[in-house]
Design a protein around this ligand. Structure first.
Ligand code: UT7
Length: 311
């Protein structure tokens, strides 16, 4: 089966971090509430000269340089985002221009919220089959601060801005398993008439969905590939709330050490969280050749998706 092989990663964060205490300038909250309910200690928000576009370009440039590939090796550019700077052009087209990628390739945004990076990986597998080029540039990039209601303490403390990027190569006969799905719901929404409304969320409904979807995704991937949790080196999941991850660890009866967590420093960066984790792990030398990793995303839609691959 055609599978994706991870070649390189990159990430970009805004310059300014906001501690939990600093969120008190916007809403009635506390470090104690945020840290104990979510595991978040700080998040980054874009300044005037930063955006989904600039973060996506910086992360993508880093991943492309590290891959050793030429722009002409890239067969598609997909940006998973729910907070693109423009309704059009897509963020992907702006990345395409900034990196000088070949004209005869598709570049588009993927709207699947926090599962967007995984949906984009699946789309890239299909696009690369007909492209004649080897690699996909896949980015998760979000300026969540542009869609947050900074007077709503139920949501504004939970999210952050950032971008992660990866270059994947399509490899015939690679070990690769993937699943995707949707439980249609507007439990998290942004937009409405004239795209005017900021985020609204039924936090507890989303929490209930997440604590079932994450472990189910891992189990379904393992069952599809006839493997067990012992065969897996890392589970890299969407970073929404440490209680969601810890509950899944208990349900799966897996060792805590196989789950990488960094939401304490970035909060929930939606589609960017998985590639940001990948890049941090790469930087620390935690991702080693031949390891088997599981990626799981879940979020607004309600969407869920997973992939298991050897790196
Ligand atoms: O990518 C997916 C994106 N979404 C998510 O991951 C969200 C999933 N849901 C969650 O993570 C949790 O449901 C939350 C973190 C959103 C909320 O945690 P909770 O334990 O379900 O709290 P709650 O909604 O039951 O709220 C408890 C209390 C409420 O006060 P009352 O009504 O009990 O007096 C809230 O008003 O906490 C209050 N509260 C806050 N207090 C201080 C809500 N937000 C805050 C806040 N600071 N920021």
């Amino acid at each position: 089966m055609n599978g994706l092989k991870l070649l390189s990663t990159g990430r970009a964060l805004p310059r300014q971090a906001f501690s939990n205490d600093s969120m008190r300038q916007f809403v009635d909250t506390s470090d104690e509430w945020i840290a104990s309910r979510t595991g978040i200690n700080q998040r980054y928000f874009c300044g005037e000269d930063e955006s989904t576009t600039s973060l996506a370009i910086d992360a993508a440039r880093m991943a492309l340089e590290r891959s050793g590939m030429a722009p002409d090796d890239i067969g598609c550019v997909l940006v998973a985002t729910s907070s693109g700077e423009y309704a059009m052009p897509s963020t992907a087209c702006l990345v395409h221009a900034a990196l000088g990628l070949p004209e005869d390739i598709p570049a588009m945004d993927v709207g699947a919220a926090c599962a967007g990076f995984l949906f984009a990986m699946e789309a890239a597998r299909g696009l690369l089959v007909t492209s004649g080029r080897r690699c996909a540039l896949i980015i998760g990039a979000e300026q969540m601060s542009s869609v947050l209601d900074m007077s709503d303490r139920n949501t504004c403390v939970l999210f952050g801005d950032g971008a992660g990027a990866a270059i994947f190569e399509l490899v015939p006969d690679a070990e690769y398993t993937s699943i995707q799905g949707v439980r249609g719901s507007d439990a998290i929404r942004v937009g409405g008439p004239c795209r005017a409304q900021k985020m609204a969320m039924d936090g507890q409904a989303v929490f209930r969905f997440a604590v079932s979807a994450l472990p189910q995704c891992v189990n379904d991937l393992l069952q599809k590939a006839s493997m067990t949790t012992d065969d897996v080196d890392w589970v890299i999941c969407h970073q929404a709330n440490v209680r969601i991850i810890d509950s899944s660890i208990r349900r799966l009866k897996m060792p805590d050490e196989k789950f990488y967590k960094n939401l304490d420093r970035y909060a929930n960066t939606s589609a960017a969280s998985i590639p940001i984790v990948l890049d941090e792990m790469n930087e620390k030398g935690l991702l080693k050749p031949n390891q088997r990793i599981i990626l799981v995303g879940f979020g607004a839609g309600l969407t869920w998706a997973g992939a298991m691959l050897r790196i």
